[in-house]
Design a binder for this molecule. Structure first.
Ligand SMILES: NC(=O)c1ccc[n+]([C@@H]2O[C@H](COP(=O)([O-])OP(=O)(O)OC[C@H]3O[C@@H](n4cnc5c(N)ncnc54)[C@H](O)[C@@H]3O)[C@@H](O)[C@H]2O)c1
Length: 264
């Protein structure tokens, strides 16, 4: 049986993933603001570093899996979304990597989002600023975008940046070279408190309700079942993959915008 850390374990997709893993006999180290083995605020550096230290202590330096899932969405202020969704994942990914390497065959499933492909006009400069850890530029671009829509931009750009971070690192000596498979799941509209926060907002509610979801909205279990599969050895050939599980939203909005090719 494996030991797996999950951030955002107290609610929604993280909580459903915890339940499935524990039902299969695995040990979960939950990280969240409340109701978790590791209580930590991932919006600040002290909280992130404390979380890394406590997880390393609890797993004795050997971790079989990690699901960075803590996240915030609109209408939460843009700066807070940026801190939790990008830096709250990136610092833990880097900090827990040695323990994942120590396991010999570990698996990480970052929770991304289909907002990466479905948010119009995401500024490249913002995605680049996240990846460069350039917080001044992140703040400047979000200020310029202005409230309230900068929170949607912060959401889509932070998820795009952390997805690119994962793809960049997945194929390196430090990750796949150490036996760590790093992949991303990109959910669509899933009924959780995060999505309800958008639904209930007078600005964002009318917009989120217009997003087509051909299957109807998902449940946390609909995503947790994919995450548990991606964590398992049965998914051993997936590396740097971005798996869209969004009830068809991306396919219906961007039907023929696939595949993108590249020149050499
Ligand atoms: N629900 C959706 O429609 C949807 C779609 C795409 C992606 N996602 C992503 O799925 C992940 C899980 O979200 P969810 O929908 O289950 O939402 P949720 O609100 O149910 O769960 C998010 C969890 O993150 C935790 N969290 C928030 N800020 C934190 C902080 N500063 N420090 C520590 N923990 C913090 C919350 O306490 C909560 O337990 C998020 O990364 C979200 O962006 C959700």
């Amino acid at each position: 049986m494996r030991t797996i850390a999950i951030s955002g374990s107290a609610s929604g997709i993280g909580a459903a993933t915890r339940t499935m893993l524990e039902a299969d006999g695995h040990t979960v180290i939950g990280i969240d603001l409340r109701d978790a083995e590791v209580t930590a605020d991932l919006s600040i550096d002290d909280g992130r570093h404390a979380a890394v230290a406590e997880v390393l202590d609890r797993c004795d330096g050997v971790l079989d899996g990690f699901v960075p899932g803590a996240g915030l969405g609109p209408p939460v202020p843009a700066g807070l979304i940026a801190e939790v969704n990008y830096f709250g994942s990136e610092v833990l990914l880097a900090g827990l990597r040695p323990a994942l390497a120590a396991a010999g065959a570990a698996s990480v499933v970052q929770i991304g989002s289909n907002s990466t492909t479905l948010t119009p006009n995401l500024p490249d400069a913002l995605v680049d600023a996240f990846l460069a850890r350039d917080r001044d530029t992140v703040a400047a671009v979000l200020d310029e975008a202005g409230e309230p829509f900068n929170s949607a931009i912060a959401y889509g750009a932070s998820k795009t940046a952390i997805t690119r971070w994962c793809r960049r690192h997945a194929v390196t000596d430090e990750w796949v070279g150490q036996g760590i498979r790093l992949n991303v799941i990109a959910p669509g509209a899933v009924q959780t408190p995060l999505l309800k926060g958008g639904d209930d907002d007078p600005t964002f509610g009318p917009l989120t309700s217009k997003l087509p979801v051909p299957t109807g909205r998902g449940t946390p279990d609909d995503i947790a079942s994919w995450i548990t599969f991606m964590l398992s050895p049965a998914a051993r050939f997936a590396c740097g993959a971005v798996v869209f599980v969004d009830g068809g939203s991306d396919a219906v909005v961007r039907t023929d915008d696939w595949p993108r090719t590249f020149s050499m």
